[in-house]
Design a binder for this molecule. Structure first.
Ligand code: FAD
Ligand code: FES
Ligand code: FES
Length: 1364
C-alpha cells in the first residue's frame, strides 16, 4: 500500500470548484460543515427549499451531474441537497430549479406542464418535484415509463395537491404518451376535448362545458412539447435550452481533496484506496462517509460530533463491480441505485435459478427510501450502520453473503455476513478496518430466497419488521427435504437476528404442512420481543414474524408446484398470501360543469403564482434576503411535561460561538401572557413548565446552527410534577380547561331510552388520534424594528397576520398601529399557522426589539412538530337507541378533546365537533355533552375541519355498528336516517337547499355501488389472505366561523391609470388559490383580463383587523368584500364612461384620474343571518352547508396489515364553482390528507401507551417516523365530480366553500378497510362487532384480522395502543 505521509504528496486540485446552473464557482476552504442546501440558499438560490433537513420530504431535491470515467458519459442524479455535504459535489455540476427554467427566460416543459395541470398549490414542494422529474429525464436514455416516473417521485412529499395533478402533469413525459412526443403536437384530434384540469384528453369533455368560448379556452396550448432528442454524453435533452455539462468538468478528474470546516472539522476526499487507508491510520476515529444519509442524520439530528470525515464516494477500489462464476462482488461504496441496475442486469443475463437472491434484493430495494436517497446511499454504508431495521442486512445474512474487510496495512480478511453484526449498531470491524466489498453468491437450483417488509407506509419508509428467508430443497425418497435454510428478521431485536432454532428445526424436514406448523411453534420461542421493547407494537411485530414465515412457506410451495413428487398443494384461495403488491398507474378523472359569470369567474384558471412556484421564483418567508446585521433565533425549550423550574444556567450558552443574546421571561418588555381567545399562555415559562417543547427563552446568534447549538446548552433544572398525558388521565383527574363544558339537546334522550321505543341500545367508545399538519414550509418569522424600536415590521408565514401583529404589540407593549405584519404566501397551513404561529413571531420580536436588530426565527421540522400543536385527539362515549330496521331514535354522546396546555381554539373546535355529531342524520332525540381536557402536551389547534371530522367520525362509527347489529349494510342504515329539506338539527338550525340525497344517488350510480359490492364479496370468497372492502360515506359541513364576530372581511381595491388593478384583502394565500379566485371576481366585475388584476400580499396596514384565513369561508367573504369595493369603483367610473363613451378600461381609468375620481375603494362584507346562543343551545351557527359523499374500495393484506385504495369516487356540491380546477384540487388534496388521518398518520407521544418514549415527548417528530401519504398512497382510480345545476343562494356568485368539507370523506377509506377486516374476521370465525381506532394503520388492520398467527400474542378484541 502506498503511504500518505502528508497531503502534499498526493495529486490535489489547486482549487475546489463547483458548477451551479452552468456558472463556475470556487469553493473556499472552511465550509466542510455546510450542506449543499445551506450553500445554495446562502448564495441566493432559494428555489431549493428546506422542508425537513433529514432526507424525508424531497423539497430540497437538486440534480447533480458528474462525468463517469468508466462509462465515459455523464451521470445525472436527483439528490437531497439537505443531506449532501457541500464538498462531496466538488468538481460536479449542480442544477437547481432556477437552472431549469424561469419566468424571464421561459419555462421548461416539466415546469409548464406542472403549472398548467394545477400540480402546484402552495408551491413549497414544487421545485423538488420538478427536479426529481428533470433528473429522471436527463438520466434516461429513452423516455421513462409511467411507472418509472411515479417511482422517481416516491421521495417527494406534497401536502396540498393529493398528487394526482402532479402524476398527470408528469405522465405526459412517459413513453406511452406518444401524442405528446410529436413535434408541435396539438393533441387535438378533431373535436377532442383537452381537460383544463390535466392538460390532456379527458372524459369531462365539452359536453360539460356550457359555452363554446369555454371549450376553446380549455383547448388552448399544449403544443409546447417539442420532440425529444437524446445526447449520448449528457443524457437526454428535452429542450434546446438545456444546460449542458460544463466542458471543464469533462476534462477534470475528481482528485484528492482536503478541506476544513467550522469547529476544527477536517474533511477529506481521497481518490485511491491507499489514501483512505493512510488517512484511517492517521485518524483511527475518523468517520467514513459515502451518501451521508446516516452520518448526516447523526450529526444534525442526534448532534453527534465527528471531527474528521473521510468521503470515500469516489475511491475506485470501493466502487468495483465484479460478476464472477460464483457470484457478484460489489464494492462497499457502490450506491444503491447502481446496485439495483447491476442486479437487474444480471437477472436478465444469468440462469434464473442463480439469481433468486438478486431478485429478492431488487424487490427489497424497490421499497428502500426514495430515489434521492438510493442515488447516494451506499451498500457499505447500510451494512456498517448495522441498523436493526436495515432492509438489506437480513438479505445479506440469509443469502449467505461474505464481506471483505481491509485494515490500514492492507491486510484483507473475509467474514460471513451472518457473523458480522455483533450488537446494536456494532459490527465486526476493528479500529482501522474498513469494509472493502461484499460477495453475493449465486443461488443453486431449488435454493430460493425471499424478502419481506412491513412499514407504516409502503413507499419511502423504514421497516417495522422485515425479513429475508432462504431454503435449499433437495429431493430425497420422493420428498423435498430442506437441506439448508436461513431465516433472518429485522425490527425484532437490537440487530438483524437469525432465527437459528427455526433454521435447525427446518433442516432435514420435508416441506409440508407439518413442517410449517412445527416451524411456527419454534419460531414463537425463537424470536422474543420484550413488552417494553423500543418501538412498541410488540404484538404486531410478533404476529408479523409468524405471518412472514407463513407467506414464505406458501411462496416456496407455489414456486415448487409442478415439481415431481412435490406434494404440498396450496388451496387456490391461499394464493393471496403469495401475490405481491403491484401498483398500476393512477387513473384520475374530474367531472365538472363550467358556469361562467363574466369573463373570468367560473373558469378553471391556473393558480396565479403557479408559474413562479414551478421555477422556484416564488418567495416564502425564509427566502427573503436578511437585512444587514440580522440574527437567527432558536428557542430554549422545556424538556419536561410538567415541572417546576428550579434554576436556569445560561453561562455555557452565552459563550457559545456566534451568540449575541439570550432572553427569558424577565426580559419581555410588555405583557408576557398571550392567547388567541383568552391569554392563558406565557410567552416564556417563568416558574412552571406545562409541556415538553414549551418556550423558556430565546437565543440569538449569527447563524441558525449557532443559535440552535447555544439553545441546547442552556441548562435548566426541574422538579417533576405529576403530568396529565391522555384524555383518560384528564377525565380521571377532572383536568379540564375552565368554563368549557357544553351541552346540546334535542327531544328527550332519557325518555326515549326508557319508553321502550328503541328495539336495541348500544354503548361504546371511539378513540381518534391526532394529526400533524405537516405543511411543507416550517414556521418562519422575520422581525425588524424601525426608528429605534418605535415601529416593528415583520414578514411571517401565517394564516393570521393580524394575530402576529397583536401578539407582537402585546409582548412589546407597543400600540398595534406601530406594528405591521405582511404575508406574501405560505407553504401550506391547514390551520396549523392560524394561532400557533403567532407566539413564534412574538418570540423573535423580543430580541429584535431589545437589540434593535432584525431577527429571524425559522423552525427546524422537529421543533415545529414538537412545539406548534396538532389536530386534537378525541374520545367519544356513545349510547344509541334504534329500531330493528336500523332507524336511529336516540343519541346520548359525551365527547372530550385533548386541548393540551392552553385553551387556544380548543373550545370552538369542541363546539364544531358537537355541531357535526349528527353528520347527516335525522335523530329525534339527541344529547351531546362536551369537555375540553387540559393535558401536558403542546397546545393543540385548528386543522382542516376544525373538530368537524372528529365529530362525524364518531357518528359513522356507531352507524357502522348499528349495521352490524341489525345485519344490514351501513349504506342502507345511512340512507334510512338521512336528514332532508326542513329537518331541524340538534342545535336548532333548519336544513334548507339540501342536496344530500341527489348527490348520494348520483354517487351510487357513478361508483356502480351494487356491482362493486357483489365483486368484493366474490373476491373475498376466493381469497383467504387478501380481502376487499367498500364503503360510501356522506358529509355535511357547516360554513361560517361559529364565533359570529369573525364572519367579517375587508378589502382594498386600487385602480392605476394603466388600467391594472391591485387588490389587497385580509385573506392569506396558502396554496388554496384564494388570490386566484378573488382576482377572478375582480376581473369579471370590471370585465378586464385576469392578467390585469394583481394581488401582491396580505398586510395588516392595508386591511386591518382581518380574521384568520380559515373555516373554508375566505373565498366567500373576501370575494364578497372585493366585489363590494369593485362595485363602488364601477359606480364611480360609470358616469365617466358614459360621458366620454369609453370602452377600454385603461383609457377609462386614466380619464377618471384626470377627472379626479378616487380610484381606491375599501370593501367590506359580513356574513348575514347567522348567530348562535350557547346559553340556550339554539340558533343558526352556519350560513349554509356544503354536502358531499365518497365511495371507496380498498384491499388489505390480512397477514401484514398492508392496504391500498383501489377506487375513490368523491362527489361534492360546490354550487357554481368560481374556479372548478382549483376546487377539484382542494377536494383531492383534502381527501388524501384525510386518508393520511384515517389510515397512515399516527402521533406517538411518551405516555402510558408508549413507555419507551420519555414522558410528554413527541416521538414522531419528522418525516422519518411520521408518515403522511406519498404518491404511492393515491387511489388507483381517483374520481372527483362536482354536483351540477346546484346554485348556492347564500354565497358569492352562487358558489360554495370547499377547503374543509371534503376532508372527512376520506373516512370512506377507513370504513372500507373495516369492511374488509369484517370479511377476514368472518373467515377466522369472529362475527361480532369489534372496535377499530383511527388511524387504521397496518398494525390495527393486521391485529383486527385476528387469526391463527395473531392468536398466540393477542385476543381477537385486542386494541393496539394509541396516544389519545
Ligand atoms: C430518508 C431516509 C430513508 C431511509 N430509508 C431506509 C430504508 O428504507 N431502509 C434502510 O435499510 N435504510 C434506510 N435509510 C438508512 C440509510 O439510507 C442507509 O443505511 C444507507 O444505506 C447508508 O448509506 P450511506 O452511504 O448514506 O451511509 P453513510 O451515512 O455515508 O455512512 C453510514 C455508516 O457507514 C460507515 N461506512 C460507510 N462505508 C464504510 C466502509 N467502506 N467501511 C466501514 N464503514 C463504512 C460510515 O462510517 C457510517 O458509520 C434511510 C435513510 C434516510 C435518511
Ligand atoms: S429538506 Fe431535504 S429531504 Fe426534506
Ligand atoms: S403544493 Fe405540494 S406541499 Fe403545497
Amino acid at each position: 500500500m502506498g503511504s500518505l505521509k502528508n497531503e502534499e504528496e498526493v495529486e490535489q486540485s489547486n482549487e475546489a470548484i463547483l458548477y451551479v446552473n452552468g456558472v463556475r464557482r470556487v469553493l473556499p476552504d472552511g465550509l466542510a460543515h455546510l450542506t449543499l442546501l445551506e450553500y445554495l440558499r446562502d448564495v441566493g438560490l432559494t428555489g431549493t427549499k428546506l422542508g425537513c433537513g433529514e432526507g424525508g420530504c424531497g423539497a430540497c431535491t437538486v440534480m447533480v451531474s458528474y462525468f463517469n470515467e468508466n462509462l465515459k458519459r455523464c451521470r445525472h442524479h436527483a439528490v437531497n441537497a439537505c443531506l449532501t455535504p457541500l464538498y462531496t459535489v466538488e468538481g460536479m455540476h449542480v442544477i437547481t430549479v432556477e437552472g431549469v427554467g424561469s419566468g424571464r427566460h421561459g419555462l421548461h416543459p416539466v415546469q409548464e406542464s406542472l403549472a398548467r395541470s394545477h400540480g402546484s398549490q402552495c408551491g413549497f414542494c414544487t421545485p423538488g418535484f420538478v427536479m426529481s422529474l428533470y433528473a429522471l429525464l436527463r438520466s434516461s436514455r429513452t423516455p421513462p415509463t409511467e411507472e418509472q416516473i411515479e417511482e422517481s417521485l416516491a421521495g417527494n412529499l406534497c401536502r396540498c395537491t393529493g398528487y394526482r395533478p402532479i402524476v398527470d402533469a408528469f405522465r405526459v413525459f412517459s413513453k406511452t404518451d406518444d401524442l405528446l412526443y410529436t413535434e408541435g403536437s396539438q393533441v387535438t384530434k378533431v373535436g377532442e376535448f383537452i381537460c383544463p384540469g390535466t392538460g390532456k384528453p379527458c372524459s369531462c369533455g365539452p359536453k360539460d362545458a356550457s359555452t363554446e368560448e369555454t371549450s376553446k379556452q380549455s383547448c388552448e396550448g399544449n403544443n409546447y412539447y417539442k420532440a425529444v432528442s437524446y445526447s449520448e454524453i449528457s443524457g437526454s435533452a428535452y429542450t434546446n435550452k438545456e444546460l449542458i455539462f460544463p466542458p471543464e468538468l469533462l476534462l477534470r478528474k475528481l482528485s484528492y481533496l482536503s478541506m476544513r470546516g467550522f469547529g476544527g472539522l477536517k474533511w477529506y476526499r481521497p481518490s485511491r484506496l491507499s489514501h483512505v487507508l493512510d488517512l484511517r491510520s492517521r485518524y483511527p476515529d475518523a468517520k467514513l462517509v459515502v451518501g451521508n444519509t446516516e452520518v448526516g442524520i447523526e450529526m444534525r439530528l442526534k448532534r453527534i460530533h465527528y471531527p474528521v470525515l473521510i468521503s470515500v464516494t469516489h475511491v475506485p477500489e470501493l466502487n468495483l463491480v465484479n460478476v464472477t462464476e460464483n457470484g457478484l462482488e460489489i464494492g462497499s461504496s457502490v450506491r444503491l441505485s447502481e446496485f439495483l441496475e447491476i442486479l437487474q442486469k444480471v437477472t436478465k443475463e444469468r440462469a434464473s435459478h442463480e439469481t433468486s437472491a438478486c431478485r429478492a434484493f431488487i424487490e427489497q430495494i424497490k421499497w428502500f427510501a426514495g430515489k434521492q436517497i438510493r442515488n447516494v446511499a451506499s451498500v457499505g454504508g447500510n451494512i456498517c450502520t448495522a441498523s436493526p431495521i436495515s432492509d438489506l442486512n437480513p438479505l445479506w445474512m440469509a443469502a449467505g453473503a461474505t464481506f471483505r474487510i481491509i485494515d490500514c496495512k492492507g491486510n484483507i480478511r473475509t467474514t460471513l455476513a451472518e457473523k458480522f453484526f455483533l450488537s446494536y449498531r456494532k459490527v465486526d470491524l476493528t479500529t482501522g478496518e474498513i469494509l472493502l466489498s461484499v460477495f453475493l453468491p449465486w443461488t443453486r437450483p431449488f435454493e430460493l430466497v425471499k424478502e419481506f417488509k412491513q412499514a407504516h407506509r409502503r413507499d419511502d419508509d423504514i421497516a417495522i419488521v422485515n425479513s429475508a428467508m432462504r431454503v435449499f430443497l433437495e429431493e430425497k425418497d420422493q420428498q423435498w427435504i430442506v437441506s439448508d435454510a436461513s431465516i433472518v428478521y429485522g425490527g425484532v431485536a437490537a440487530l438483524s437476528l437469525s432465527a437459528s432454532r427455526t433454521k435447525d428445526f427446518l433442516i432435514g424436514k420435508s416441506w409440508n404442512r407439518e413442517c410449517l406448523l412445527g416451524a411456527l411453534k419454534v419460531l414463537e420461542q425463537d424470536i422474543v420481543i420484550k413488552e417494553d421493547a423500543p418501538g412498541g407494537m410488540v404484538e404486531f411485530r410478533k404476529s408479523l414474524t409468524s405471518s412472514f414465515f407463513f407467506k414464505f412457506f406458501m411462496w416456496i410451495s407455489y414456486q415448487m408446484e409442478g415439481q415431481k413428487s412435490f406434494m404440498e398443494r396450496m388451496p387456490s384461495s391461499y394464493l393471496s398470501a403469495v401475490q405481491s403488491f403491484h401498483r398500476p398507474s393512477v387513473i384520475g378523472s374530474q367531472n365538472f360543469e363550467i358556469r361562467k359569470h363574466g369573463n373570468s369567474v367560473g373558469s378553471p384558471e391556473i393558480h396565479l403564482s403557479a408559474r413562479l412556484q414551478v421555477t422556484g421564483e416564488a418567495e416564502y418567508t425564509d427566502d427573503a434576503p436578511m437585512p444587514p446585521n440580522s440574527l437567527h433565533a432558536a428557542m430554549v425549550l422545556s424538556e419536561k411535561p410538567h415541572a417546576r423550574i428550579l434554576s436556569i444556567d445560561d453561562s455555557e450558552a452565552k459563550s457559545s460561538p456566534g451568540v449575541e443574546g439570550i432572553f427569558f421571561a424577565k426580559d419581555i418588555p410588555g405583557d408576557k401572557m398571550i392567547g388567541p381567545v383568552i391569554a392563558d399562555e406565557e410567552l416564556f415559562a417563568t416558574d412552571i413548565v406545562t409541556c415538553v417543547g414549551q418556550a423558556i427563552g430565546v437565543v440569538v446568534a449569527d447563524t441558525h446552527q449557532n443559535a440552535r447549538n447555544a439553545a441546547g446548552k442552556v441548562r435548566v433544572k426541574y422538579e417533576d410534577l405529576p403530568a396529565i398525558l391522555s384524555i383518560a388521565d384528564a377525565v380521571k383527574n377532572k383536568s379540564f380547561h375552565p368554563n368549557t363544558e357544553r351541552t346540546l339537546t334535542k327531544g328527550d334522550v332519557e325518555l326515549c331510552f326508557q319508553s321502550g321505543e328503541c328495539d336495541r341500545v348500544i354503548e361504546g367508545q371511539v378513540q381518534i388520534g391526532g394529526q400533524e399538519h405537516f405543511y411543507l414550509e416550517p414556521n418562519s418569522s422575520l422581525v425588524w424594528t424601525i426608528d429605534g424600536g418605535n415601529e416593528v415590521h415583520m414578514i411571517s408565514s401565517t394564516q393570521a397576520p393580524q394575530k402576529h401583529q397583536k401578539y407582537v404589540s402585546h409582548v412589546l407593549g407597543l400600540p398595534m398601529s406601530k406594528v405591521v405584519c405582511k404575508t406574501k404566501r405560505i407553504g401550506g397551513g391547514f390551520g396549523g399557522k392560524e394561532t400557533r404561529s403567532g407566539f413564534l413571531a412574538a418570540v423573535a420580536a423580543v430580541p429584535s426589539y431589545l437589540l434593535k436588530r432584525p431577527v429571524k426565527l425559522t423552525l427546524d421540522r422537529d421543533i415545529d412538530m414538537m412545539t406548534t400543536g396538532q389536530r386534537h385527539s378525541f374520545l367519544g362515549n356513545y349510547k344509541v337507541g334504534f329500531t330493528n330496521d336500523g332507524k336511529v331514535l336516540a343519541l346520548d354522546l359525551e365527547i372530550f378533546n385533548n386541548a393540551g396546555n392552553s385553551l387556544d381554539l380548543s373550545l370552538a373546535i369542541l363546539e364544531r365537533a358537537m355541531f357535526h355529531s349528527d353528520n347527516v342524520y335525522e335523530i329525534p332525540n339527541v344529547r351531546v355533552k362536551g369537555r375540553v381536557c387540559f393535558t401536558n402536551f403542546p397546545s393543540n389547534t385548528a386543522f382542516r375541519g376544525f373538530g368537524g371530522p372528529q365529530g362525524m367520525l364518531i357518528t359513522e362509527n356507531w352507524i357502522q355498528r348499528i349495521a352490524m347489529e341489525v345485519q344490514r349494510s351501513p349504506e342502507v342504515i345511512r340512507e334510512i336516517n338521512f336528514i332532508s329539506e326542513g329537518s331541524v338539527l340538534h342545535f336548532g338550525q333548519k336544513i334548507e337547499h339540501c342536496t344530500l340525497e341527489r348527490l348520494w344517488n348520483e354517487l351510487k350510480t357513478s361508483s356502480a355501488y351494487s356491482s362493486a359490492r357483489e365483486n368484493v364479496e366474490q373476491f373475498n370468497l376466493q381469497n383467504r389472505w387478501k380481502k376487499r372492502g367498500i364503503a360510501m360515506v356522506p358529509t355535511k359541513f357547516g360554513i361560517s366561523f361559529t364565533t359570529k364576530f369573525m364572519n367579517q372581511a375587508g378589502a382594498l381595491v386600487q385602480i392605476y391609470t394603466d388600467g391594472t388593478v391591485l387588490v389587497t384583502h385580509g385573506g392569506v394565500e396558502m396554496g388554496q388559490g384564494l388570490h386566484t379566485k378573488v382576482a377572478q371576481i375582480a376581473a369579471s366585475c370590471f370585465n378586464i383580463p385576469l392578467s390585469s388584476v394583481f394581488i401582491s400580499e396580505t398586510s395588516t396596514d392595508k386591511v386591518p383587523n382581518a380574521s384568520p384565513t380559515a373555516a373554508s369561508a375566505s373565498s366567500d367573504m373576501y370575494g364578497a368584500a372585493v366585489l363590494d369595493a369593485c362595485e363602488q369603483l364601477k359606480a364611480r367610473m360609470q358616469p365617466i364612461a358614459l360621458k366620454h363613451n369609453i370602452c377600454s378600461f385603461p383609457e377609462l381609468a386614466n380619464v377618471c384620474h384626470m377627472e379626479r375620481i378616487d380610484l381606491s375603494a375599501h370593501g367590506f362584507y359580513i356574513t348575514p343571518d347567522i348567530g348562535f346562543d350557547w346559553k340556550i343551545g339554539n340558533g343558526k351557527p352556519f350560513s349554509y352547508f356544503t354536502y358531499g359523499a365518497a365511495f371507496a374500495e380498498v384491499e388489505i393484506d390480512t397477514l401484514t396489515g398492508d392496504f391500498h385504495t383501489r377506487t375513490a369516487d368523491v362527489c361534492l356540491d360546490l354550487g357554481f364553482s368560481i374556479n372548478p380546477a382549483l376546487d377539484v384540487g382542494q377536494i383531492e388534496g383534502a381527501f388524501i390528507q384525510g386518508l393520511g388521518w384515517v389510515a397512515l398518520e399516527e402521533l406517538k407521544w411518551g405516555d402510558a401507551a408508549h413507555k419507551w418514549v420519555s414522558p410528554g415527548r413527541l416521538f414522531t417528530s419528522g418525516p422519518g417516523s411520521y408518515k403522511i401519504p406519498s404518491i404511492n398512497d393515491l387511489p388507483f382510480n381517483f374520481k372527483v365530480s362536482l354536483l351540477k345545476d346546484a346554485p348556492n343562494v347564500k354565497a358569492i356568485h352562487s358558489s360554495k366553500a370547499v377547503g374543509e368539507p371534503p376532508f372527512f370523506l376520506a373516512s370512506a377509506v377507513f370504513f372500507a378497510i373495516k369492511d374488509a377486516i369484517i370479511a377476514a374476521r368472518a373467515d377466522a370465525g369472529h362475527t361480532g362487532w369489534f372496535p377499530l381506532d383511527n388511524p387504521a394503520t397496518p398494525e390495527r388492520i393486521r391485529m383486527a384480522c385476528a387469526d391463527e398467527f395473531t392468536n398466540p400474542f393477542a385476543a381477537s378484541d385486542f386494541r393496539p395502543k394509541l396516544s389519545v
